[in-house]
Every structure is written in structure tokens, then in C-alpha cells.
Design a protein around this ligand. Structure first.
Ligand SMILES: [Mg+2]
Length: 372
């Protein structure tokens, strides 16, 4: 079974609400959100779907670079490749787009990896858990994401999440650093029993982060994610020695090599596993397996993927037995997407489809409607 065609669909999906992190807007209700769907077709007619969700405020990849990388570089190199030889598929992609400090356009490569695994599963009639020789688990708990510079809005959202039986909150800080503590106080008072994950998205230096962490110890924060710049492993190690709050790394860890460096530097307690930044299911699974063996905690995250990327991520998180709830927050922000049959998403949890591959069916009509 060989790759016969790779089709690339750049999309703008409608959003329900704005999404801002410390480095700026990653999606606005007035403009929609950039996503790229990929369809891989094999020479026997079997198909697979993958998704990329770039954000230039989170990393260097954009809707335009993902689309041109897939269309002009990866597609021509991959046509004719053996679909089930995923190692060679990754070698071809990594030869075509070389590594920089990271793995080189991992978000674009993630869409291909996802689509190829979806295709292998669909063609062989196996779910992803069967491909990984693990027991199926169909339900994943989701956290509720709060990103605002208003303590009143943060409190309202925390109360809403509690009323809807969410088990945890993911709070973005550093949007207005002068209000971080007010926001965290308001959230903790409104929902004292929920797991509280606080994500700074690289907003601070070591001195600021140490000061902030001392206040967070009093409030009762469960984990502090990526307080410092991605390349500052020694700063994170220093912070770890000065606070009892577990430190999670997200933007610092894109590859298994990054993870090994973080372990050597004793820079984190927990690693955020994310399909897109890690080049797909294959890279994210490798990082998850290594982190687990290294005795680190695992958190699940995403980049507001639609239901296709969300479902793929949740399958992997279930395989990794990752700490729940996980931050797959597409449903909180997206109004609609091209999946017409897939997971059942309710407030606070997702029930995964019991179908081969990722298990989502994509509507060509909706792809056409949202295509740019
Ligand atoms: Mg993060």
C-alpha cells in the first residue's frame, strides 16, 4: 500500500470567543482560527485524515507555511512511499524539511503523521489503541480553559466550570501580569476543589517567576506551566529548587532530544504532551513513553485543534494513561469544524469513537465551506 495522493485544505474555522495568551491573540471571534486538514489517499483507495493548527503567537508556523510546506515540499517527496513504513515517512519528511533548533515544521509534519496512522488503522480495521497494543479506553476528562485579564470574568468562568462538573481548570496568566494573583485568587475561591493548572506561556524571567511561585504556594496551585523562555532549562531548574509547586514544560519540549536535555538539567517535574508541536502521534507517543520511564508526570495539551486533532490526541492520552483532565480546548473556542461523525463531546468530557484509525468522518461540504 503506497501513498497515491496528499490533499491539503487550508481552513478558517469560526470561533465562539476570542483566545489570548501572554504573547497575544491565538484566535479571534471576528477572524476565525487557522487550521489545515490533510487527506492522504493510498493506491488501493484507503484514506486517512490529519490536522495542523498553527499559531504564529505560539510558534513560528503559520497557515501559509504549513500549507506551502505540505503542498510544495512534503507532498512531492512522499508520493509513492510505503504507507505502513511510518519510520521512512518521517525520514523523508525530515530530509525534505531539515531540523532547526527543533525538528523543523513539526506542526505541518504532524498532520501527515496523523493522516497516515488514520489510514493504516482504517485500512486494517484497527483502532489506534489496537495499533499500539493497548487496552481501549473511550472516555477522556477535559479541563476548562480560562484566558482573561479580568478577575471578575475569571471568577464567572470558574463558577461555570464547577457547575458543569469539570474536574480541572487551565488558567492562562501573563496576559496582564499585574493582575495574575487577583485572577488566581478569584479562580481558587470560586472553585477550590478543581485541579488548577496555571500556564504562563514563557511570560517571565527567573526572579519574577520565583516571586510569583511563592504567592501561588499560598493560593494552592497544582502545577505551573512554562513560566520562563523555552530555551531556559537552567532557569526552570533554578525555579524548581526554590518552589514546591511542580513545574511543567510545554514550549521547551518539542522532541525526544529536548526531553532528554530537560531530564539532564532537572528542569521539570512534568511534561506537556501535544501532538502538533511533537510532529504527530508518533513523536508525541515517543516523548510520552520516555517521560514516563524517566519518572516525570504527564499533562495533555493541544492547540485548540478541531474534533479531528482532539480525537487523535485523546486516543494517545488514553494510551499514555495521562493525568486527567487534559487541556484539549477546541470545543470551548470553535463554533464548528469539518467533522460530521466522530467523538461525542459533552461539557467536561469526550467519548471517543469506537472506529478504526482516529475514527472521525470528514464532511467535504464543510471543508469547501471553510476553505480559503
Ligand atoms: Mg502550554
Amino acid at each position: 500500500m503506497r501513498i497515491y495522493n496528499i490533499e491539503v485544505f487550508p481552513l478558517i474555522l469560526p470561533m465562539k470567543q476570542d483566545f489570548t495568551i501572554s504573547s497575544g491573540s491565538v484566535g479571534a471571534k471576528s477572524q476565525g482560527a487557522p487550521h489545515v486538514y490533510v487527506k492522504v489517499t493510498a493506491d488501493n483507495g484507503a484514506i486517512g485524515w490529519g490536522e495542523a493548527r498553527p499559531s504564529h503567537r505560539w510558534s513560528y508556523e503559520t497557515l501559509e507555511t504549513v500549507t506551502s510546506t505540505l503542498t510544495n515540499y512534503l507532498r512531492p517527496a512522499l508520493l509513492g512511499a510505503n504507507v505502513t513504513d511510518l519510520c521512512t515517512i518521517h525520514s523523508i519528511m525530515n530530509k525534505e524539511i531539515k531540523a532547526g533548533p527543533g525538528s523543523g515544521q513539526p506542526i505541518a509534519k504532524a498532520a501527515v503523521d496523523m493522516a497516515v496512522l488514520d489510514l493504516i488503522g482504517s485500512a486494517s480495521g484497527k483502532t489506534l489503541s489496537e495499533l499500539w497494543f493497548s487496552a481501549p479506553k473511550t472516555t477522556t476528562q477535559l479541563s476548562y480553559l480560562i484566558s482573561t485579564s479580568s478577575p471578575e470574568e475569571a471568577e464567572r468562568k470558574a463558577l461555570y466550570a464547577k457547575s458543569k462538573q469539570y474536574k480541572g481548570l487551565d488558567v492562562k496568566i501573563g496576559i496582564d501580569p499585574s493582575r495574575d494573583i487577583e485572577i488566581l485568587d478569584a479562580v481558587k475561591s470560586a472553585a477550590p476543589d478543581l485541579f488548577l493548572r496555571v500556564d504562563a506561556n514563557q511570560a517571565y524571567n527567573v526572579q519574577q517567576a520565583v516571586k510569583l511561585a511563592k504567592r501561588m504556594e499560598q493560593i494552592g496551585i497544582d502545577v505551573l506551566e512554562q513560566p520562563l523562555k523555552a530555551n531556559d532549562l537552567f532557569g526552570h531548574a533554578e525555579l524548581r529548587r526554590k518552589t514546591c509547586i511542580p513545574i511543567a514544560l510545554d514550549e521547551s519540549i518539542w522532541t525526544a532530544g529536548d526531553l532528554v536535555q530537560a531530564v539532564r538539567a532537572e528542569a521539570c517535574d512534568t511534561v506537556v504532551i501535544k501532538l502538533t508541536k511533537m510532529g504527530g502521534l508518533t513523536g508525541a507517543k515517543l516523548c510520552g513513553d520516555i517521560a514516563r520511564e524517566a519518572g516525570l508526570g504527564l499533562l495533555g495539551g493541544g492547540l485548540t485543534e478541531s474534533r479531528l486533532g482532539l480525537t487523535a490526541s485523546a486516543h494517545l492520552f488514553n494510551y499514555l494513561n495521562i493525568a486527567e483532565p487534559v487541556d484539549l480546548n477546541g470545543p470551548i473556542f470553535l463554533q464548528d469544524d469539518p467533522v460530521h461523525e466522530g467523538p461525542i463531546i459533552e461539557e467536561g468530557h469526550v467519548i471517543l469513537p469506537d472506529k478504526p484509525g482516529i475514527g472521525c468522518e470528514v464532511s467535504m461540504e464543510k471543508l469547501d465551506a471553510y476553505r480559503i
